[in-house]
Ligand binder design. Structure first.
Ligand SMILES: Cc1cc2nc3c(=O)[nH]c(=O)nc-3n(C[C@H](O)[C@H](O)[C@H](O)COP(=O)(O)OP(=O)(O)OC[C@H]3O[C@@H](n4cnc5c(N)ncnc54)[C@H](O)[C@@H]3O)c2cc1C
Length: 380
């Protein structure tokens, strides 16, 4: 039996463990640095049909209907005048049991965790050292040492596992944007269709509001352009410092209405770091999820790609195919779309935004374009 060690119990690590857990030829163990799985309540996640299809294989069809939502459209608005630009029917990519889904991130994590035996996850295991040669892989954690046949590194965008094998050559870079996360009650949302995803476009800022279940609360995520000095980027406490939070809220108040800002709850700020380059690890070591490549969030594909990547890696290991090359193609395609979305969503020049809006109206009704821009991603 081959031993697989997985570093990190996020969406990607939990997914790959779920895929291998019943395979008689493999034994999986997840090593997680925290003392429990991160279950921060409240914040939402979008799953496009490509990942829902794969989750269904893990039993997602029986996921509680009350705890998820299936938006039909993305409604595009201009922030400055709240005027609707156009809408995009994402339900066109749905099938009977496979629909674009929004839900709380914690509910997805809980679903993936509950499908695993308790003893698969070893908590309080932070990776310290990785030694490998062509025959074996040795891992050193703060407490103990283990050996394995395959190592899957899925410890997120700031992957320590990756920096250990890549000698810090593949660090993520700050994307000059801050994510503002929060929740908002449906009753505070006026003039929008609360059954859909609402995407507001503004100068150097865009935000998205969507329901995460059948209850009252909606998820809010804003992406604000904001430069940080290198000292600020290194400062892990910056995003909870009251003067910094106040400054960002002030910037936000210039983008959204006062009443909207006041109805936002549980606001939290996160710097957005993205991958700059790719790293092909040595034999029998694999990077997964954000550790493989972290995208800008403007295409909402991070979690879906973590799920898709896990499935690809499973298939590749079983069939002895080259995972890196297969994943690379997908990553390049999604990364270019994510970067283009961010550029188009944040335009500030009035002439450019007028053209953008005209194109948006045309393209959201153009079947060929939608098939090529979204269909290629959603129907993998
Ligand atoms: C603002 C924002 C909004 C987003 N919105 C969406 C969205 O709507 N839809 C979507 O699909 N995606 C979204 N994403 C992206 C998505 O959240 C990530 O791509 C996804 O969670 C990556 O999962 P992961 O398992 O690779 O990493 P993570 O979720 O980061 O998990 C990594 C795990 O590894 C553990 N770990 C870390 N270091 C170590 C170590 N040294 N040793 C052992 N364990 C370790 C951590 O504790 C954690 O449990 C968003 C991202 C951002 C920043």
């Amino acid at each position: 039996m081959k031993k697989i060690a997985i570093i990190g119990a996020g969406i990607s690590g939990l997914c790959i463990a779920n895929l291998f857990k019943d395979h008689k030829d493999y034994q999986v163990t997840i090593y997680e640095k925290r003392n429990s799985i991160e279950m921060e309540e409240g914040y939402g996640i979008q799953l496009s049909v490509n990942s829902v299809k794969l989750l269904n294989k893990m039993g997602f069809t029986s996921f509680d209907e009350k705890e998820k939502f299936n938006p039909k459209k993305i409604d595009f608005y201009e922030i400055r005048n709240s005027k609707k630009i156009c809408d995009l029917d994402i339900s066109k990519f749905n099938s009977e049991d496979c629909k674009y889904t929004t839900l709380k991130r914690s509910k997805l994590i809980q679903f993936l965790k509950n499908k695993l035996d308790e003893n698969i996850i070893k908590y309080n295991h932070s990776i310290e050292q990785i030694d490998y040669d062509k025959d074996s892989i040795k891992l050193i954690f703060n407490k103990n040492k283990i050996t394995c046949d395959y190592l899957i590194i899925s410890d997120g965008v700031f992957s320590k596992g990756k920096s250990l094998i890549a000698s810090n050559k593949s660090k993520p870079i700050y994307n000059d944007t801050i994510a503002i996360r929060g929740s908002i009650s449906r009753e505070n949302l006026q003039n929008i269709n609360e059954e859909n995803i609402s995407l507001f476009l503004g100068a150097d800022f865009h935000c998205v509001v969507y329901p995460i279940n059948n209850n009252k609360n909606c998820n809010f995520i804003g992406i604000l352009k904001h430069k940080l000095s290198s000292n600020e980027q290194e400062n892990h406490n910056l995003f909870t410092e009251s003067s910094f939070v106040k400054n960002i809220k002030l910037k936000l108040s210039q983008k959204v209405s006062q009443s909207f800002l006041q109805s936002l709850q549980n606001i939290q700020l996160f710097p957005i770091f993205v991958s700059k380059n790719l790293y092909n690890p040595p034999k029998n070591i694999f990077l997964l999820g954000d550790a493989f490549f972290a995208f800008s969030p403007s295409f909402a594909q991070g979690a879906s790609q973590s799920i898709e990547g896990a499935n690809e890696l499973y298939e590749c290991l079983i069939n002895n195919n080259n995972f890196y090359d297969i994943r690379l193609k997908r990553v390049k395609m999604i990364n270019s779309r994510s970067n283009f979305n961010q550029f188009a969503f944040h335009l500030s020049n009035p002439i450019m935004t007028t053209f953008r809006n005209i194109f948006l109206k045309l393209l959201t009704n153009n079947k060929k374009f939608l098939q090529s821009y979204l269909g290629k991603i959603y129907k993998s």
